[in-house]
Write a protein that binds this ligand. Structure first.
Ligand SMILES: [Zn+2]
Length: 65
């Protein structure tokens, strides 16, 4: 399973989370906020169906080449 890196939009906490499914909800370990951004690391290249409310364009490329 891939480990994704996240950044909390509320407190700016950076943390890593082991994610089993794309729809899994990730909370900030610091403030428990669900307003987290998934940061694209070198290992995370096949994100295809993440259309959550916190999805920002720069973090979620729409399948372009
Ligand atoms: Zn936080």
């Amino acid at each position: 399973m891939p480990i994704f890196e996240y950044k909390c939009s509320d407190c700016g906490e950076l943390f890593e989370e082991l994610v089993g499914s794309a729809s899994e909800t990730v909370c900030c370990p610091g403030c428990k906020s669900e307003s987290v951004e998934k940061l694209l690391s070198a290992a995370a290249v096949s994100v295809s169906s993440s259309t959550g409310p916190n999805c920002v364009p720069s973090a979620c490329p729409q399948g372009g080449t």
